[in-house]
Write a protein of this length. Structure first.
Length: 94
């Protein structure tokens, strides 16, 4: 599991992320290479990275999907759907 990741200033200023959403997005952005590959690590891995419970991970990912920052890839691996990060250049934010 890759645990080193960076929070970029645009993730807070442009996307308005904070808390669990910021940690989850920053981690997924790093491990997927800005959406170039899918994340299939599962909820358990994310719960360890975020230091929270699996239900919190599920709710956090749901919010990020609703805001248009993530989408389901269509596959299922480990304990979660395969997800992708919407590439930064495609995000529709202020």
């Amino acid at each position: 599991m890759k645990t080193k990741f960076y929070v970029m200033s645009w993730m807070t200023s442009r996307l308005g992320l904070s808390g669990n959403e910021l940690v989850a997005y920053a981690y997924l952005y790093e491990v997927t290479g800005d959406g170039k590959k899918a994340y299939d690590g599962g909820y358990t891995e994310l719960s360890e990275v975020m230091g929270t419970t699996i239900p919190t991970v599920y709710n956090t990912l749901k919010k990020l999907k609703e805001r248009g920052f993530l989408y389901d890839d269509g596959g299922v691996r480990q304990d979660a759907k395969v997800i992708r990060v919407v590439p930064r250049s495609s995000l529709k934010v202020a």
